[in-house]
Ligand binder design. Structure first.
Ligand code: ADP
Ligand code: MG
Length: 446
């Protein structure tokens, strides 16, 4: 028997004891041992695709390594390689698995762990979740399209993929594509170059569910937008479901054709907001359910109170603590957590700025009154600092244009206009660019 296979089978026994059955079946059972190099002590493992590799890398690589080390009695390094499908039991013992090229070309586009079960519902995302679940119950019959927008790391991709996972599990033969707008653009260009437009169109126009992530990257891609416009119409006319996600509202994606914007607004647009403290703690609890190391509430509250608006950073902080505990085996205390996460807290501070703090600071800097930020007065000595504050609010907080508009008693179009005006001026005015860099630095330190 191949050595890597024997080692792996022993390791599986170990892992089976340490993980719950569900996790084991879902993530571990499908791993295939590729080779073991006894000199370098490197174990190569094959997994289905890049998504699975990433997921294992960040969640189970440690525990896999630990089990391998127990079996092999010493240091081992694990390397994951994607593009391998699990073998059937009959041929498992006979041959080393071959690279599953078919899987490489058509990788599973979404992560198995991005499900509704793993998504914590809070006031910040309740509407989005309800709408997403509505879409799963009745694809193409309710909100169409569903447009989800909100800041970075707030769960848009997770929700889109939860819809994909859910619809796929409900119906057997359902055609789903999940792509980012960038990928759509790339596939389109590829099809143009290879003269394979008909098959590109078949692929996207015969779907039951199309999910396009990060729609803002369509900005200015005229040809692809045209193509997408027709894809959209075909699917919509056939009552097929379309779900879109973006970091801003359809109207705020500048350089997007009016007719596409208006179509995006046909269905439901729902905003996903930064979660409050309780929801952040709940998310951390959810994340650590699946990990081998659990922290008590004190530590979770500490992380959640210092990292406020980007959930990806929240998770990153948790992972860092887990890594440290499993690498050094010590007890995690609040002090140690603060020490380990200090740099992350600092950078996170920039994201917890409020619009009001920004208004106050900019007003002081330009020597105008705070009330001028929200007043209707228009002399240039007031209007300009106000635009600066609008611009900085967009850059330094994770808030949407409408929310910033509210803070300035303006509509969101005014904010969009202010941001692009300041950007334009900065491009031709080095001094202004420096002033804004200075203001940003001061605010981030405040
Ligand atoms: P976005 O696409 O909005 O930038 P993602 O969907 O990639 O954000 O989310 C970033 C990370 O935060 C993911 O790991 C996701 O699982 C997690 N996350 C976001 N919101 C939640 C939530 N409500 N419950 C659990 N995990 C969440
Ligand atoms: Mg995303």
């Amino acid at each position: 028997m191949d050595q890597s296979l024997r080692v792996w089978e022993d390791t599986l026994e170990h892992l089976r004891d340490r993980l719950d059955a569900d996790t084991f079946e879902r993530y571990i059972a499908s791993i295939v041992p590729l080779s073991f190099d006894p000199n370098k002590r490197i174990m190569k493992l094959g997994v289905l695709n890049d998504f699975v590799a990433l997921w294992l890398e960040s969640n189970y690589k440690l525990i896999i390594t630990e089990s391998l080390m127990a079996v092999l009695d010493g240091e081992v390094e694990v390397e994951l390689e994607s593009g391998y499908a699990a073998q059937t039991p009959e041929n498992k013992t006979k041959t080393l698995p071959e690279k599953d090229t078919d899987n490489r070309e058509k990788p599973c586009r979404y992560r198995p762990d991005f499900t509704f079960d793993n998504f914590v519902v809070g006031n910040n995302n309740r509407v989005c979740v309800a709408a997403s679940q509505g879409v799963c119950k009745n694809p193409g019959k309710g909100y169409n399209p569903l447009f989800i927008y909100g800041g970075v790391g707030l769960g848009k991709t997770h929700l889109l993929q939860a819809i994909a996972n859910e619809v796929a599990s409900r119906r057997k033969r359902v055609r789903i594509e999940y792509v980012s707008s960038e990928e759509f653009v790339n596939y389109y260009i590829e099809a143009l170059c290879n003269k394979t437009l008909p098959s590109f169109r078949r692929r996207f126009r015969s779907l039951d569910l199309l999910l396009i992530d990060d729609v803002q990257f369509f900005e200015g891609k005229v040809g692809s937008c045209e193509e997408f416009f027709h894809t959209f119409n075909t699917l919509h006319n056939a009552h097929k479901q379309i779900v879109l996600a973006s970091d801003r509202t359809p109207a705020d994606i500048s350089g997007l054709e009016k007719r596409l914007v208006s179509r995006f607004e046909w269905g439901l647009s729902a905003e996903i907001l930064p979660p409050n403290l309780e929801t952040r703690v709940a998310i951390l609890k959810k994340k650590q359910e699946k990990q081998s190391i659990q922290f008590d509430d004190e530590i979770l509250f500490l992380i959640a109170s210092k990292i406020q608006s980007n959930i990806r950073n929240l998770e990153g902080a948790l992972t860092k603590l887990v890594m440290n505990v499993s690498a050094f085996g010590y007890e995690m205390t609040k002090d140690r957590a603060v020490e380990l996460l200090q740099d992350r807290f600092d950078t996170a501070a920039s994201r917890v700025l409020t619009t009001e703090q920004i208004q106050r600071h900019v007003a002081e800097f330009y020597d105008i009154r705070l009330s001028d930020m929200t007043s209707k007065k228009r002399p240039r000595n007031i209007a300009f600092p106000r635009m600066v504050a609008m611009y900085l609010s967009r850059k330094l907080t994770n808030q949407s244009f409408p929310a910033i508009g509210d803070a300035f008693s303006r509509n969101h179009a005014t904010i969009v206009h202010a941001v692009s005006t300041i950007e334009d001026r900065m491009a031709g005015d080095e001094k202004l660019a420096q002033t804004l860099a200075l203001l940003s630095r001061q605010l981030e330190k405040s």
